[in-house]
Design a binder for this molecule. Sequence first.
Ligand code: NAD
Length: 439
Amino acid sequence: MHIGVIGMGYVGLVTSACFSEFGLFVTCVDKDEKKIRSLKKGIIPFYEPGLEELVTRNIKQGRLEFTTKISKAVESSLVIFIAVGTPRRGDGSADLKYVDEVAREIAKHIDGYKVIVTKSTVPVGTGEKLREIISENLKEQTDFDIVSNPEFLREGSAIEDFMRPNRVVIGAKSPQAIAIMKDLYKPLYLIETAFVITNIETAELIKYASNSFLATKISFINEMANLCEKVGADVHMVAKGMGFDQRIGQKFLHPGPGYGGSCLPKDTNALLKIAEEHDIELGIISAVIRSNEKQREYMVKKIKDALGTLKGKTIAILGLSFKPNTDDIRDAPSIYIIKSLLKEEASIRVYDPVSMEEANKILPKIKYCKDSYDAAKGADALVIVTEWNQFRNLDLDRLRKLLKCPPEAEGPYFFDLRNVYDPQRMKEKGFHYYCVGRS
Ligand code: NAD
């Protein structure tokens, strides 16, 4: 079977590469000519472990082709996936301009029955809206079906998540479209993946409900962590004790500087907007969004309170991406933290294994360093913001010597916003150590 995927971001490219690995022929489209030129050479425009090998192999075997022309994908494919961005608008709602643009363009080239699938995260009702846009722009009367097939992959382990998903959600009206979608995902049937087949509106909402629930779990444990600090409790033990209850589960109960990335902040805000439009109050989601903002502010306050003032201080930041194994800095806590520190007239030295080039575009006035030790050189404090593996086993003796140690402090200031290190050991190593939710 031949399919088309439109939008070569994290989702579109992973979807294309994985389907081609399943043996399908995939025409990949993006309007960004530079991106397409690179992809044709097997150069991946972002960091995702394992993706380059998969893309290169499938290009060589003739199953992946790249183009800027939507017409090429539509003409050759039975199924067309829309995987363009749905960024946050100023009012929090999802901006559907790219999805609408693509739908109009698809319609112009439809020449026979097609299944048009939204992989992008889109508000409830978008499927219906797409049906209208496409019907209005068809050049001749042709049959087509709309399917919602939201994506749940996590950046950093996207290939594994696509190949072995917890579930595949398919929302559609037409039995023919459902059968075609099941056929596409046949290799996953063989490994007994759960399939949720439902209507389009439900599928669209499953994605927002899932991300909002994950955001809720993170914010919940962050608030518990803040309480732990005041009452002498250990948040990791609280999370462990809670997580053994199978109704709660262990995952997503790790405290930190707040959630970030291209999905949770955007999707919680969009869900709130969808509910508002239907006169439904989502009190929990509003509280989660506020709680997450406060958590970021609290991290800056922690640093400021400890150092007394930030004016004229140099802060070493380790980690920029919103989580390890990706270079994605969209809505990353690091960006908020750095901007707040700069506002307080601190200077920043930073190191991240893969995100510095991307960060340089929005934070040109900070010092990008060659490694963690270079960042720590002469700094008044070190802050771990992203838990990259290489930050888990730093040479602490070397760091202690590189960081400044004010005479009144017990040792150099070390803020571990991901609780990577053991507080007792850090004390023994001579640091003035701060973490999240462990007193
Ligand atoms: P992205 O911003 O990384 O990539 C989007 C791509 O679409 C860009 O390359 C852009 O050039 C292209 N594009 C825009 N308009 C186009 C057009 N008219 N024709 C052709 N190409 C066009 O986006 P992403 O992070 O891959 O996210 C895509 C969607 O998937 C979003 O709705 C997002 O919420 C959802 N999603 C993302 C993730 C994730 O981890 N990033 C996970 C699940 C779902």
